[in-house]
Design a binder for this molecule. Sequence first.
Ligand code: 4NP
Length: 157
Amino acid sequence: MPQNPAVLFVCLGNICRSPLAEAAFRRAAERAGLEVTVDSAGTGDWHVGHAPDPRAQDVARKSGVEIGHYRARQLEPNDFHRFTHVLVMDHQNLEDARRIKPAGAATAPRLLLDLVPGREGAAVADPYYGGEEHFDYCWADVCLGADALVRLLISER
Ligand code: 4NP
């Protein structure tokens, strides 16, 4: 029997982009009736145990989504065995995730926006040093990615 999908979103700090991607995807998957395991992680360890950035919490809340209970953790080698899909936000995340992935693990990291027609090769821009509007762009991008990932998982069933 095929394994249920297990999706991991990865960014640098796990306090802005990947928690937003996790939240957008949880909502999209629930709406589509998909049973999936979902988590997010950061390649760096600076924010381990922290809640999402307050600006990320605010942008999600504007769409009725609560992420204040999420806690950051660091990406680990075993994640590439546990998760069937590992989606990263930018090219640095891709390079770092490829370095952390054990040679024998079947799951390879992919750019989230590679799943979105017309956005292949693009990054979800890091909003950390930006203003509120950068969090709006980020939320819009991860919602596009989440919807595209739902379509991919349905096509893989
Ligand atoms: P994220 O954003 O990778 O989307 O969570 C960042 C969060 C923290 C830092 C950089 C980016 N930082 O340098 O602490």
